[in-house]
Design a protein around this ligand. Structure first.
Ligand code: GDP
Ligand code: MN
Length: 379
């Protein structure tokens, strides 16, 4: 789960990380009022959206004086950055930057531990640094049983700074960032840039955090910041109904019982040159209500051209499933072609029930996958 910069900065502040005073605003008038409250000569006006690269998109501007604050805030509010519309800006004290550094902690699957990443070349071009000169990014694996000890934090600090005054300031930054990362079950805590100001102080002028969804239940303070995208909202609604659903953006909607079979179904679609619209595991039983709910979910996705239903009848018998499907489709009106493949207990009986209906019946998984891709290609 992502949070905005201003929310991440609030977490930073509560862990004694060096962030400046800043005020969240929803209108240009509020931005001007915030500027007056800050009482500084210059202020930075920053778009608050769930994506990086705001600076390059024109969503971060340093303003001198009230009129410029108003002008930049009006420009940035309503701006579209990578598909996100800006409805909030953060107005903060502008910092006089001497140099910019990169610091982050994330979970590294390779070392199976948290990883501290550091670079002297922080700032807006960090992606390019990672691509072209990866040796300029230092990586320090942190043993979770030992944690961020003083010596490790000092070792890290020396990788970024030569000046002892800065090393001394950096040590608690790493320690506190790590404590925040662990205690809040974050999957990423990033400061880019961590700057050295012209008067020699360290400041986190950007803050980015993402949190492990599976641990949100124990962090109500984080979960209350959840602002789902349309896709995430749909996934959450599906979860509430007992489905496991992931939108994938293709054209063939899949309704499957069992996660393994759902994965295999998506592979099959890909094999025949199609694109699955989603992963959907409707779980064990396949009663008509469940099928109706699942169909509503699939058909609410405007990209779906064909629905492929792939059901394994183990405890649920295929003839019951077929009956359930026929009943369900009395309640659903749709022109979207439906391909069905049933296998398992009483599959022959199940297929017989579907004969003469408007469903396209697949005799095997391959046959059904092939038919679904073919139909999607024609539409
Ligand atoms: P991002 O592009 O979404 O990562 O947004 P950042 O918050 O990192 O800002 C992008 C860039 O704007 C930074 O790398 C800085 O160069 C610049 N910037 C941000 N805040 C300030 C500030 O207070 N003063 C100055 N001079 N520049 C700033
Ligand atoms: Mn940044």
């Amino acid at each position: 789960m992502k949070v905005h910069e201003y929310q991440a900065k609030a977490f930073f502040a509560s862990y004694q990380l060096p962030v400046d005073h800043s005020i969240l605003c929803r209108t240009a008038d509020e931005a001007v009022a915030a500027f007056r409250q800050l009482g500084t000569e210059k202020a930075v006006v920053k778009a608050q959206v769930h994506t990086g690269g705001r600076g390059k998109a024109g969503g971060v501007k340093v303003a001198t004086g009230e009129e410029q604050v108003r002008q930049y805030a009006s420009q940035i509010l309503g701006m579209n950055i990578k598909g996100f519309t800006v409805d909030r800006v953060l107005v903060g004290e502008a910092v006089d930057i001497a140099s910019e550094f990169y610091v982050s902690i994330l979970i590294d699957r390779k070392s199976k531990s948290p990883l501290l990443m550091l670079s002297r070349e922080g700032g807006m071009d960090i992606e390019q640094v990672a691509r072209e000169t990866p040796e300029k990014i230092e990586k320090i694996a942190i043993d979770p049983l030992v944690g961020m000890t003083d010596y490790l934090a000092r070792e890290a600090a020396f990788k970024l700074f030569d000046d002892m005054q800065l090393v001394k300031q950096a040590v608690p930054v790493f320690k506190n960032l790590y404590r925040l990362f662990v205690e809040k079950d974050a999957s990423l805590a990033e400061i880019n840039p961590l700057v050295v100001t012209k008067d020699g102080r360290l400041k986190a002028i950007d803050a980015k955090m993402t949190f492990d969804n599976n641990a949100l239940y124990r962090h109500p303070d984080v979960f209350e910041l959840f602002e789902p995208t349309d896709d995430e909202r749909k996934e959450q609604e599906a979860k509430d109904k007992g489905f496991s659903y992931v939108n994938l953006g293709g054209t063939i909607g899949c309704m499957v019982n069992g996660a393994g079979l759902a994965m295999a179904t998506m592979d099959m679609i890909k094999l025949y040159g199609g694109d699955p619209a989603n992963f959907l595991d409707i779980g064990g039983s396949s009663n008509p209500e469940k099928i109706v709910e699942a169909m509503k979910l699939l058909l609410s996705d405007k990209h779906v051209k064909v629905v492929l239903i792939n059901i394994f009848g183990g405890i649920t018998r295929c003839d019951d499933v077929a009956q359930g499907l026929i009943e369900a489709f009395r309640l659903i009106k749709t022109d979207v072609p439906i391909v069905i493949r049933l296998t398992g207990t009483n599959e022959a009986e199940g297929r017989k029930l579907l004969e003469g209906t408007h469903f396209t019946v697949g005799t095997s998984m391959a046959d059904a996958g092939h038919k679904a891709v073919e139909l999607a290609g024609k539409l």
